[in-house]
Structures are given as structure tokens and as C-alpha cells.
Design a binder for this molecule. Structure first.
Ligand code: FHN
Length: 686
């Protein structure tokens, strides 16, 4: 057994219940949006290397004849902790060469490296003062993080740390894995004590290895980690290195593998995993992390590597949506990269050497409907460059770009010695004479210079906090592109060149159809977009609303994958929920709760309700299902609106937890406001 050492105390917040609301400003960030100066290098970088390396590289995915394991092998193969610890004596990466790794990352065009300083198995790849379960207990006895951080500095790469909050080795971490609960009883395990240990490790990582670019947290999804601890950890990182960037997995706001955070949670960017958002997410920083094959950690049997073409086009796709690409390597136990990874890094590097300027420092495409490839932008007030990343080269030799209102001043290929490209523009479409010979079979880039910032013929978007209204609501119309005029009508007719200009919020006072369209030079240049608004009568309250404060809670035992029909079940003895939040505050599994009673609505209006849960949940007010957040999922928030008159309204909140994380929270606000937890005084039951 490896000793955990006494360490400096760190402030740790308390309970799971009563998560205090924070006022978010944009998804993926805490109460204060990330500042541009701190994010600048990361936004410019666009491309980084992820490295998953540790004791799990020794078995290389194989155990007892099974070959489908990887970095999770201690859990997926149910390896007892004492058996797993024996890998420490076998981990001796004699071929590890930090400079070779850094060189391969730099040659591939990557600008930062994120490595697992500690994965879920708890083993530290650095010389930790807080535990002996670290690299110094192996035959290797060298601080790999020290060597790699110095090599990254030599090669102009930002060193970044992955660090797992979840820890299957530390005696104080909870919950235990279900399969080993008997062999590893909880004893006096204490998550506050574990959190201090975690904070001491992070303090070492942000003190002893120079400037660190990103703290990449992971394993935040279990119920023992909460918003208060996430906030404290985020603030610890920033206090140690004010310029460090911290991903959103430090806190509890991440909604599943889609990776983006709800407002009000900490973390400077969203972390979609193994997926690329369908569209760009304007104003939000995000990074897709992805494996080259099927596994993060090394699996010697996993030969299902993505092609270099696929990886290069994914890089273009991600950059064209304004995101970063964190591409993973799973090194072998001897310290070398798999040859398949080396080959792909080499191919990507060759492409980046010619076309990297279409990735670095660019922003998302202003076009929605490019079919032949992708586009990135380097925008400036006086002039901008559109990088047309062409996957499907036109057989005709003429590349067509529709919906461009800007004047093109020049165009050239990034390959083929920068060959100039002839251009014609007619009625918002550009015809680029690229010729039939494409410079690169995977993706050829055409750099198109335009005057000023891009003007693109896109339809405007209509936004409103609610499309049902009791009193006036505000609608806003966002132009489809800078440089366009946006005109609107309220009678359902198509706007004309003399219709009102959309210059700010539009007050909607009655049922109507709002129509909007883009104009350029007095001509309509986009489709008409419309939104119906309906003035409704708010649902009346009830004459009897119960005398006891709080909601009645009935608990049911069962194994569900979706919300059960409670009318067919028998509950345990009812209790009362009086906490500010509805969080059940326990990690019970195979359980359902049904909260019932009455909700006080202060005045007539439309209200938004935000229901957060792991697993499924449902909110009903009166006979209306206001939020349906049902299903087996990690922490997710869904919202719904209801038009309610002042008074008391019947309310039920249903929730179930299958296994793993358990979470339930309900917030509300008048539409347009930030939903906040509901005070107990607003709940009554019979
Ligand atoms: O459980 C981990 C997994 O092993 C890997 O580290 C990925 C990388 O983002 N993160 C977690 C799964 O979401």
C-alpha cells in the first residue's frame, strides 16, 4: 500500500445540498467570463496534443484474455488495488525521450501538450510530495513531468496538465467502485480530506513546473464532487498561476459528452469529447478532445486508427466552427508513441506546414452552407482573409462561393507556390478560377482577400425569452452578418426596403407574427425568418394549498432507465423536502423520488423553470408538463416555460437515479431573468 502524506490544508467547501446559485454569463465559464488576454494564446493555438500515459500502459489493454481495456482497466477488468499497484514495479519507460515527444508535437503543428499527471487510477506521473503512489516509486525514478515541461519550453509548446478529480486509489476518495466495495470498505474515508489532498497535488503541479498553460480537469461527474469544491479548485488554480486556463470539468456545469457548461459554473472553456459540435458556438470557447483510435490509453490490440485525411479534415471542421482540437496519443509503457500515431502526426505536420495559417489565429466561418469543404477567417477592419479549405475540388476548375457581399481584392492558393486565382463576382456569388489541379488531395486551401470584415448574405435570427406572453415581452433580431441592414414587420408580411430597421429590442405586446430579412444596398439578400408570438391567459391558482412548508417527498426503490409510472408503485414513508435546493443529497442508487405540493407564484406572468438532474427528472405544474428531463444521463439541465397567475399552483417533481452520480435541482425566474433556486417558503404541502 502506498502512503499518502500529510500536506498543507486547503479551504474546502461543504455540503452537496444547497448549491448556491451563481450568475453565469456564458456557457463554459464561471460567474466571470474568461478574459480575452488570458485566452489569446489558446484561441490562436487551435491545435494541441493530448497524452494519456500511466500504469495502465503496462497491461496495454489486455487482462485475463480480454483485450478491450485501456486507461480504465483497473475498473473495467476489476483489478484489486493490490494487484494493480504491482504495475508500479513494471513501469520503466526506458525509451522515454521528452524532446522526441515535444518535437513530434511541434512538427505536427501542435501548440500545446496536455498530459495525464494523474488519471482516475490515482497514479502520479510526477514526483509528488503528497503520495508515494507516483513515478518515483517505479524503477524509472525520474520526474517525467519535469522533463516534459522543460522539453516543451525548448520546443515552444505550452505545457498543460490533465488531472483527474476522481481517484480510485486514495483511501479518502468516495464513492468506492461498487465491485470492490467489500474489498475496500469506506472505513473513515473523508472527501474533505481527499479534497485537501487533491488541492495539494494541484498546488505542486502549479508551483514546481514553471508556467502552465491549462489545467485540464476530468472525473468531476460523481456525486461527491460539487459546485462549491469546483469553485474552490478553480480559484486555487488561478491564485497559483493567474494566467492559467482551466477547463469546465473543474466544476459541475458540463452537460455530458457534448461538453458545454450551463451558465454559472466555473471553467474557461467547454470540452466536447469524441464529438464536434454541429455548428460553431458564437462567443463560447470550446475544444474537442478525440482519440486517434478507440482508446485514450494504449491498447496494443486497437488498430482502428482514423486516417490522416479524416484527422486533417476534422481539424479544419473544428477550426471552421471556432473550436480547438486536442488530439490524443496513448504512448506505450516503454515511452514510445505507437507507429500509427507517429505516421499520422507526420502527415498532419506536412499539411500544417503548408496550410497552418488557415488554422492558427482564425475564427469561425461566417457561412452556414459550404458543401465542398470548410472556411475559416482572419478578420480585420480594413481587410480580411477567407481561407477556403476545399475537400471536394471542383471538376470544372471553378469554385463557387455563394452569399458573399464583400468585394474580393485578391485570391491565391496556399499550396502550388501560392498560385494566383482569378475571381468573378455576380449577385452575391464569387466564382474562383482554381483550375483542375488541386495542390493537396486531402484539403487544398484558397486564401481570399476581401475589403473590410466579411459581409455574408445570411438571414437574421429572432430571439425572445418566450413566445408566449402575459404582459409585454422583448424580442431581439440579430443581423445575419455585419454590414447588412435588417428590416422587419409585425403583420406577417415580408419586409421591404422601406420596412423599419431592427435597431434594438422590439416590444411584443400582443399575439403577432414577427418577420425579419437581410438587405444589402437596398436589395433583399436573405430568406425571411418569422416567429409567432401568442398572448395567453395565465393558468389560475388553486383555492387550497396545504399548510405545511416544503414539499412532500415519497421515495421508491427500483431499477429504472426512464421515469416510472408512480401510480403503479408503493412509496416508502413520506418525508418533507425543506432544503433550498431539491438535491437529494445522497448517492443512493436504484431509487426514485416524487416531490408533491404547491408552488407560490408571486404575480401573473410567464415563468422559466430550469430542471437539473442525474439521472432523469420531470416537472409538472397543474396538468402541464413544464420540463421533461427524463432518461439515463449525467448531470443535464433542461428548461421550460409556463404562464401562471399569482397564487398557489399544484407542483410535482419526479426524479430517478439508476447508478452513479445523483443530482436534482430546480430553479425558476420570470422569463428574462436568471433562474434561481426556489426558497422553501414558496413550497407548501398537505
Ligand atoms: O474517463 C475519462 C477517460 O478515461 C478520458 O480521460 C477522457 C478524456 O477526455 N475523459 C474521461 C471520459 O470522459
Amino acid at each position: 500500500m502506498f502512503a499518502q502524506r500529510a500536506f498543507a490544508a486547503a479551504v474546502v467547501a461543504g455540503s452537496i445540498l444547497g448549491a448556491s446559485p451563481a450568475t453565469g454569463q456564458s456557457a463554459g465559464s464561471g460567474p466571470a467570463s474568461p478574459d480575452d488576454a488570458r485566452m489569446e494564446w489558446w484561441r490562436d493555438a487551435r491545435f494541441g496534443m493530448f497524452i494519456h500515459w500511466g500504469l495502465y500502459s503496462v497491461p496495454a489493454g489486455e487482462w485475463n484474455g480480454q483485450t478491450n481495456h485501456a486507461e480504465w482497466i483497473r475498473t473495467t477488468a476489476q483489478i484489486p488495488i493490490g494487484t494493480y499497484e504491482k504495475f508500479v514495479d513494471q513501469f520503466n519507460p526506458v525509451n522515454f525521450d521528452a524532446d522526441a515527444w515535444a518535437q513530434m508535437a511541434a512538427d505536427a503543428g501542435m501548440k500545446y501538450v496536455v498530459i495525464t499527471t494523474k488519471h482516475h487510477d490515482g497514479f502520479c506521473l510526477f514526483d509528488s510530495k503528497s503520495t508515494d503512489f507516483d513515478i518515483m516509486s517505479t524503477p524509472f525514478k525520474r520526474d517525467i513531468m519535469k522533463e516534459l515541461s522543460e522539453a516543451c519550453a525548448r520546443h515552444g509548446l505550452k505545457m498543460c496538465w490533465y488531472h483527474s478529480i476522481m481517484d480510485w486509489h486514495h483511501p479518502d476518495y468516495l464513492p468506492r467502485r461498487g465491485w470492490e466495495a467489500a474489498a475496500r470498505p469506506e472505513g473513515d474515508a473523508d472527501m474533505d480530506r481527499y479534497t485537501k489532498y487533491l488541492f495539494s497535488e494541484v498546488t505542486e503541479l502549479l508551483t514546481n513546473y514553471g508556467d502552465i498553460g491549462v489545467m485540464w480537469f476530468d472525473g468531476e461527474w460523481e456525486s461527491t464532487w460539487n459546485h462549491e469544491r469546483g469553485e474552490a479548485l478553480y480559484k486555487l488554480c488561478r491564485s497559483l498561476q493567474p494566467n492559467v486556463i482551466v477547463n469546465n470539468r473543474v466544476d459541475k456545469g458540463r452537460g455530458g459528452m457534448g461538453g458545454m457548461s450551463d451558465d454559472g459554473y466555473f471553467g474557461d472553456y467547454g470540452t466536447p469529447e469524441q464529438e464536434i459540435p454541429a455548428t460553431g458556438i458564437p462567443g463560447v470557447d470550446w475544444e474537442t478532445c478525440m482519440t486517434m483510435n478507440n482508446n485514450w490509453g494504449y491498447n496494443s490490440h486497437d488498430k482502428n486508427f482514423k486516417s490522416s485525411e479524416d484527422l486533417i479534415r476534422k481539424l479544419c471542421d473544428i477550426a471552421s466552427k471556432g473550436g480547438n482540437f486536442l488530439l490524443n496519443i496513448g504512448p506505450k509503457a516503454d515511452g514510445t508513441f505507437p507507429q500509427e500515431s507517429i505516421d499520422r502526426l507526420h502527415d498532419i505536420g506536412n499539411w500544417m506546414h503548408v496550410n497552418g495559417q488557415s488554422i492558427y489565429g482564425t475564427t469561425a466561418s461566417p457561412f452556414d452552407d459550404i458543401t465542398w469543404g470548410r472556411c475559416t477567417v482572419r478578420a480585420g477592419d480594413k481587410a480580411s482573409t477567407l481561407y477556403l479549405q476545399v475537400f471536394d475540388w471542383p471538376k470544372s476548375g471553378v469554385l463557387t462561393l455563394g452569399g458573399l457581399g464583400s468585394d474580393i481584392t485578391a485570391a491565391r492558393l496556399l499550396g502550388d507556390e501560392g498560385r494566383a486565382v482569378g475571381v468573378e463576382q455576380r449577385d452575391g456569388t464569387a466564382y474562383l478560377q482554381v483550375g483542375t489541379n488541386r495542390p493537396d488531395p486531402i484539403c487544398s486551401v484558397v486564401a481570399v482577400q476581401i475589403a473590410g470584415r466579411p459581409v455574408v448574405y445570411k438571414a437574421p435570427t429572432i430571439e425572445a425569452v418566450s413566445t408566449i406572453l402575459v404582459g409585454p415581452v422583448q424580442a431581439s433580431i440579430t443581423p445575419g452578418s455585419a454590414g447588412l441592414e435588417t428590416r422587419y414587420t409585425l403583420d406577417g408580411s415580408a419586409p421591404t426596403a422601406t420596412s423599419p430597421l431592427a435597431k434594438g429590442p422590439i416590444a411584443i405586446k400582443d399575439s403577432c407574427t414577427l418577420s425579419a430579412q437581410s438587405f444589402h444596398g437596398g436589395k433583399a439578400v436573405s430568406a425571411v425568418v418569422q416567429q409567432q408570438f401568442e398572448k395567453v391567459t395565465p393558468a389560475g391558482g388553486v383555492a387550497h394549498w396545504g399548510s405545511a412548508t416544503g414539499l412532500k417527498v415519497e421515495e421508491y426503490a427500483g431499477d429504472w432507465r426512464a421515469m416510472p409510472d408512480f401510480s403503479k408503485l408503493t412509496p416508502g414513508a413520506p418525508t418533507t423536502a425543506t432544503g433550498r435546493a431539491l438535491a437529494p443529497g445522497y448517492g443512493k442508487e436504484h431509487v426514485a423520488l416524487r416531490y408533491s405540493g404547491y408552488l407560490r407564484v408571486p404575480e401573473d406572468g410567464v415563468y422559466v423553470f430550469a430542471l437539473t438532474s442525474d439521472d432523469g427528472s420531470m416537472l409538472k405544474i397543474g396538468d402541464q408538463t413544464v420540463v421533461d428531463n427524463d432518461g439515463l444521463h449525467s448531470t443535464e439541465t433542461k428548461t421550460g416555460v409556463a404562464a401562471l397567475a399569482a397564487g398557489w399552483h399544484p407542483i410535482t417533481v419526479e426524479w430517478f437515479n439508476n447508478t452513479g452520480g445523483a443530482e436534482l435541482g430546480l430553479k425558476m425566474a420570470p422569463v428574462g431573468g436568471a433562474p434561481a433556486p426556489i426558497d422553501t417558503g414558496a413550497f407548501r404541502h398537505d
